[in-house]
Design a protein around this ligand. Structure first.
Ligand SMILES: *Cc1c(COP(=O)(O)O)cnc(C)c1O
Length: 493
């Protein structure tokens, strides 16, 4: 069963937690007790495919899903059409003692695919298990990456419609092209005149609009979200930590039981939390390194015990880490306080009211046993990209480069999560390799071709097929038109 991090709600099964997204009273769902895995069990899964590992681990983390239900979701998500690499998340040796876990082989070239390719199937399964026969309408406000990953995840999934709102002129040319070229009979993209916050507020209002909810209900629809705090997005991320560890054992780089560190480019704290959950379940993880860019609120938190979101917000070359409120940190705090929901409620209230909260020193010290934090600015990230290419002929994207820099803190063999393919951030990567060149006005498709030639690295297949001619018409609207636009887009409304 799943309980609330704020101790304020009744326990529910996984399917209900996924259906609801977050605890209605406020708070996030966590298993009442984590399943544990003995070393001998890991050993017996040493030769499993990624799909088989996913069936095993998700079977443990989704208490009321049947074996058949989990298997169907896994097979619909992690197949060759969606992930062209046979091991789904290949592990590449960078130097002696350091590896890169490539989490970008999915359809949008970023790690969110690992969660968002399976989450729609988990959600539809959860709804049907709870006797809801309505079609789900997924609304997403995006500043770029999540929108495309949600579109690809929900594309052509029966019983779903996905509508993505993005700020007109507020996303990168690559991100816009990725979204507006999405295929599928249930995918909708809308550019909203305003910034990301306007977009996000408008979508939040839609979720709360009772009149709208009633109209949609009559038409056979119900709202849901694909938010990164949903258990259906978090739990699939545990799988690749197990896969990476077992891969190292198979390659005789470690012996089963040896500690391995992971360095994780962090924004909303979901990916690194999944690693911590793997550790709680018994995977021999040494330390986790929480890597941040100029928005280094987490580095300061782990180093001082004070979380302080009252600081300038920077737009960086690693935009998916540009976050000042890391939602999933709440789950880690809950686990580290031994489940003190009242204390978590208090801190979250403080954070909301004042932008800051402070934890006791003893807790800060206990956290340092699991997590070390480090940050790297754009200049450092670009230097890392240039140096690693020079030394290893391996191209990093700016998010991964931040984590490679932070990995200097590791005590053991270290695996760096590569969260995006370098061609997805072609501008920053090109600048890193040729600092004197001005690429600000260059066409991204031309830049990709050039970077590929210069570095002798193939363009990611999902990006290679992008072309301006594949753009589908999409509405560009004023914020006030968002409600009517949504009604127009939904076929039954
Ligand atoms: C979302 C994202 C991150 C941050 O992951 P969190 O789970 O939010 O911490 C890092 N890198 C890339 C490329 C991402 O898309």
């Amino acid at each position: 069963m799943f309980i609330s991090t704020r101790g304020n709600s009744k326990a529910v099964h996984a399917s209900e937690a996924i259906m609801r997204g977050m605890v209605p009273e406020g708070g996030l769902y966590l298993p009442e007790q984590f399943p544990t895995i003995a070393l001998a069990d890991f050993e017996s899964h040493l030769d499993d495919s990624y799909q088989d590992l996913a069936k095993w681990i998700l079977g443990l983390l989704l208490d009321d899903f049947t074996e058949e239900e989990v298997a169907a979701c896994v097979e619909a998500a992690y197949n060759e059409e969606n992930f062209e690499h046979p091991s789904v998340t290949p592990l590449v040796k960078l130097t002696e003692g350091s590896y890169v876990l490539e989490l970008w082989h999915g359809p949008t070239a970023a790690f969110k695919d690992l969660a968002l390719q399976i989450m729609p199937h988990l959600l539809v399964t959860a709804l049907r298990k709870n006797n809801c026969q309505k079609d789900v309408v997924i609304l997403v406000a995006t500043s770029g990456d999540t929108g495309k990953a949600a579109l690809e995840g929900f594309k052509n999934v029966p019983g779903t419609q996905v509508v993505v709102f993005y700020p007109d002129q507020g996303v990168s040319p690559m991100q816009e092209l990725q979204m507006t070229t999405t295929e599928g009979n249930n995918t909708h993209v809308v550019a909203v005149k305003g910034n990301f916050d306007d977009c996000q507020s408008a979508v939040k209002e839609l979720f709360a609009d009772q009149d709208m909810i009633q109209k949609l209900d009559q038409a056979g629809y119900q709202f849901s979200s694909a938010n990164s705090i949903n258990w259906g997005r978090l739990s699939p991320q545990v799988v690749y930590y197990v896969a990476a560890y077992l891969n190292l054992v198979r390659r005789e780089q470690i012996q089963l039981g040896d500690p391995v560190d992971f360095s994780v480019p962090t924004g909303n704290f979901g990916n690194i939390l999944a690693a911590y959950m793997a550790k709680e379940m018994g995977l021999p993880i040494g330390r986790l390194i929480c890597a941040s860019n100029e928005n280094n609120v987490l580095t300061d938190f782990f180093n001082t015990g004070t979380y302080n979101a009252n600081r300038p917000f920077y737009r960086t070359i690693s935009p998916s880490m540009d976050i000042l409120i890391s939602s999933n940190l709440e789950r880690y705090l809950y686990l580290k306080t031994g489940g003190d929901g009242e204390q978590i409620s208090q801190w979250m209230q403080d954070l909301k009211a004042t932008g800051t909260f402070t934890i006791p020193q003893a807790l800060q010290e206990a956290m340092a046993e699991d997590i070390l934090a480090a940050d790297a600015d754009a200049e450092t990230a670009k230097e890392v990209i240039a140096r690693v290419f020079e030394d290893s002929r391996y191209l990093l994207d700016p998010h991964t480069a931040v984590a490679v820099s932070a990995a200097a803190k590791a005590d053991h063999l270290v695996v760096v999560d590569a969260t995006a393919n370098p061609f997805k951030f072609v501008q920053a990567v090109s600048e890193a390799l040729a600092p004197d060149k001005d690429v600000s006005e260059a066409n991204v498709l031309d830049l990709m071709k050039e970077l590929s030639e210069v570095t002798n690295t193939p363009v990611h297949r999902a990006l290679a097929k992008l072309s301006q001619s594949g753009e589908r018409p999409h509405p560009v609207i004023e914020i006030a038109e968002i409600r009517d636009t949504l009604m127009d887009l939904l076929p039954k409304a």
